[in-house]
Design a protein around this ligand. Structure first.
Ligand SMILES: [Zn+2]
Ligand SMILES: [Zn+2]
Ligand SMILES: [Zn+2]
Length: 768
């Protein structure tokens, strides 16, 4: 009996070798019909004997390609057409609702391609653009769905006859590999020495020229997947110092690329979980504990105990690492914190006086996408910067958004998010909105995400802070669009909402938010918050007691100011208070800050735990001036190591909205310093204090509300020690603990939280 079925498969099913997989399944059973990509899905039309068709349908979801993720299979019976063969047909073009969900993230070069790359007998030996159905650029290469070559950055390259034959051979590894190419027909690698336009090398010679430059201590700008990288030897202190000076990046840690896991293990301790995060197809920068014996120059990551390592993600990186034969600093191709360059023209104008050699090619980068950063915290890999390899994976919402929502995030570590249906589309890391270039990049992220989703937003969510560039963008967007409805979302509410959205939780949770700064509903700068969050609503149950902090933003860059403020506030007297001033800080400046605090003059009040970290780091002489966000906190975490110590006394006031006063903590730290207690012990005791505070506050809120789910978020929880010990302490007290995993705990997650809050608010009239 002849049976015909029409099957729709949704999810991440394009650009992942799904059609060839279906073709193989059908051909093996002698079934007829076709498979093709449609806007957001794969359509299969299949016919044959009933039992065989049944078997096909059963097996379809059993062993799909490793990079695919099937979210829905819809099957319909139809009248048999008596077809004679099974074919892969050209894509359909109707744009479906889930079109955006069909684009997969970029995938690091697979093992099979790497072995061909280094096989002298293979026709793709040394080909810097080798890829297959299992690997290669996707998000950074696809202009439009459905995923076909003509809608990618490979459109200008016509495959040669050999590549064409591979593409059409069902038994070939590159059967229907859209980006198929070889040295004869693919993009061409070019290296050019700056200040000497005559020296130019092509293909293998380009790699040789770049590697020679690196060996001589030079800097190479190379065109990677989602933007340019800047590379130099990680063993050459002189080269690194030059890179830091030219890039205007004096202290922020630099990532290092190593060839394989063995090379990573030579530099850092790598656990089993960390090894799988390091080798995952996203190839993030993984923050690892550096070995004392690590051979990389101290300038790579000064004042931290961690080192950010990544493995090669593209054939170009593989070739360069092999030719150089050692660890390479591999950092974003930008100046300071501006967006990474993606075109050759941008790279040349931005990096002309940074790089000695440009290693580039004629394949365009369609979407900007930085390296992602991951750290294993409390036993799980957690994304701290979400970009290459993770974007544009969707985050499933626990309900259907009643209207399309655009959320524009915060000011630092900006991302944007579009919530549509049950999907949240979180953009790649845009960066700090302090430059025009960053603002332009944010606008591009907004436009391209809306384009991919295929729906205009009707609601726009943003932070409460009126001066954030993102807030101003939201206002102008709403004006331009006419009817768009604006939803301001409090910063810390958004932090917890992002965590809750990611975990698909709909119940009320206790939200603990520790971060640097966010505007509160009372006009103060919040950052040590204990909330109850339920969808569109939150209640502030308690917070770290306010400390007047003179200087506002200047305080964040000068941890000694936080120290002066906290010491003045703690009202400690005697020699310990007098000796608190660091030698590098002018006595008059120090006293001025303290006087302002005591007189409450022109000083914003803050409950920020980030600033408390700054104060303690400065009191311990670890960091008085901060060159990048979180520097002091990282130094304090590094100082504590794994030492075990009892915490300083801390208690909660009896108020309805309770406060926790850090005065006794500061007094304890000063006492310990005077007594000459080991810095490691003091840093460890400080971490224990914060853990104890969270447990105390969570118990208090549970008693009053009956809520026993705790969500931890805010940038402070990038601190692995604090997060792991707090998680363990809460678990032993039978709390359920939610910690961000796929979405950054820092301000990179705000836009998802804002979108979630706005989507929850839209639901309310329906519930009432
Ligand atoms: Zn491959
Ligand atoms: Zn070819
Ligand atoms: Zn924040």
């Amino acid at each position: 009996m002849l049976e015909r079925r029409l099957i729709e498969v949704e999810g991440t099913v394009q650009g992942v070798g799904f059609r060839p997989y279906v073709h193989r399944l059908a051909a093996a059973r002698n079934l007829r019909g076709f498979v093709r990509n449609d806007a957001g899905r794969v359509m299969i039309d299949i016919e044959g004997e009933l039992a065989t068709v049944d078997a096909f349908c059963r097996d379809l979801t059993l062993a799909p390609p490793p990079l695919s993720a099937i979210s829905l299979v819809h099957v319909k019976r139809a009248v048999p057409m008596r077809r004679r063969a099974f074919q892969i047909l050209p894509s359909g073009t109707n744009v479906g609702e889930s079109a955006a969900a069909a684009v997969p993230p970029d995938v690091a070069t697979c093992d099979a391609c790497v072995s061909e790359l280094f096989d002298v007998h293979n026709r793709r030996f040394g080909h810097a653009f080798i890829s297959c159905t299992d690997c290669g650029p996707r998000f950074t290469a696809i202009r439009e769905v459905p995923y076909d070559r003509e809608r990618t950055n490979m459109a200008p390259f016509a495959p040669c006859t050999v590549c064409r034959a591979e593409y059409e051979t069902s038994s070939d590894r590159r059967f229907h590999a859209e980006a198929i190419a070889c040295p004869r027909c693919g993009p061409v690698l070019v290296a050019r020495r700056v200040n000497d336009d005559n020296v130019q090398a092509i293909g293998a010679a380009a790699i040789t020229l770049a590697a020679a430059t690196l060996r001589r201590g030079g800097i190479v700008a190379l065109k990677a997947l989602g933007g340019f990288h800047l590379a130099c030897s990680a063993l050459d202190a002189f080269a690194i110092a030059r890179l830091r000076e030219r890039k205007h990046r004096p202290a922020k840690p630099l990532a290092v690329m190593v060839r394989d896991v063995a090379a990573a293990t030579a530099l850092c301790d790598v656990s089993v979980v960390e090894q799988s995060a390091l080798t995952a197809s996203a190839r993030p920068v993984l923050l690892l504990r550096a070995r004392d014996s690590a051979a990389v120059a101290a300038l790579v990551a000064p004042h931290t105990a961690t080192l950010g390592l990544m493995l090669p993600s593209t054939p170009l990186h593989h070739l360069l690492l092999a030719a150089f034969n050692g660890p390479l600093v591999m950092t974003s191709g930008n100046r300071s914190d501006e967006p990474v360059a993606i075109t050759d023209a941008d790279a040349h104008s931005m990096l002309e006086d940074v790089a000695d050699v440009f290693l580039t090619h004629d394949r365009a980068i369609v979407a900007r996408c930085d390296d992602s950063i991951v750290r294993v915290i409390a036993g799980e890999p957690r994304v701290l910067r979400r970009a290459r390899g993770y974007v544009p994976n969707i985050i499933a919402l626990p309900f259907h958004a009643a209207a399309t929502v655009l959320a524009v995030g915060g000011h630092l570590k900006n991302t944007i998010c579009v919530a549509h249906g049950r999907c949240a589309h979180l953009s790649a890391h845009v960066g700090d909105l302090g430059s025009l270039a960053a603002l332009r990049a944010m606008r591009v992220a907004v436009a391209s995400t809306i384009h991919l989703v295929g729906a205009r937003p009707r609601v726009i969510a943003h932070d409460l802070h009126p001066d954030y560039a993102s807030t101003r963008f939201a206002e102008s967007f709403a004006t331009d669009e006419g009817t768009t409805h604006r939803v301001p979302v409090q910063h810390h509410h958004a932090h917890i909402a992002a965590c809750v959205a990611e975990h698909g939780v709909r119940e009320a949770v206790i939200g603990v938010v520790f971060d640097g700064a966010g505007l509160g509903t009372d006009g103060a700068i919040w950052g040590g918050e204990f909330l109850v969050v339920e969808g569109a609503h939150f209640t502030r149950c308690g917070h770290l007691a306010y400390v007047p902090l003179p200087g506002g933003d200047a305080a964040a860059r000068h941890p000694w100011r936080s120290a002066a403020a906290h010491v003045a506030r703690a009202d400690v007297s005697g020699t310990s208070a007098a000796s608190a001033r660091p030698a590098s800080v002018d006595e008059r400046e120090w006293q001025l800050v303290q006087q302002l605090v005591q007189r409450h003059q022109r000083t914003p009040h803050t409950s920020s735990v980030g600033r408390l970290f700054d104060a303690v780091a400065s009191l311990l002489n670890l960091c008085h001036v901060s060159h990048f966000e979180g520097e002091a906190a990282m130094a304090l975490e590094a100082a504590a190591g794994t030492r075990v110590a009892l915490g300083y006394p801390i208690s909660l006031s009896a108020d309805h909205c309770f406060t926790a006063n850090a005065a006794r903590v500061i007094a304890g730290v000063l006492d310990d310093m005077e007594r000459g207690r080991d810095i490691t012990d003091i840093a460890a005791a400080f971490h224990t204090t914060l853990r104890d505070l969270i447990v105390l506050a969570a118990e208090r809120i549970r008693e009053a509300s009956g809520i026993s789910i705790v969500a931890l978020s805010g940038g402070v929880f990038a601190n692995a020690r604090l997060t792991a010990t707090t998680n363990a302490a809460l678990l032993t007290r039978h709390f359920r603990v939610l910690i961000p995993q796929q979405v950054p705990c820092n301000d990179g997650g705000l836009s998802l939280g804002q979108a979630f809050v706005a989507a929850c608010a839209l639901q309310e009239p329906l519930c009432a």
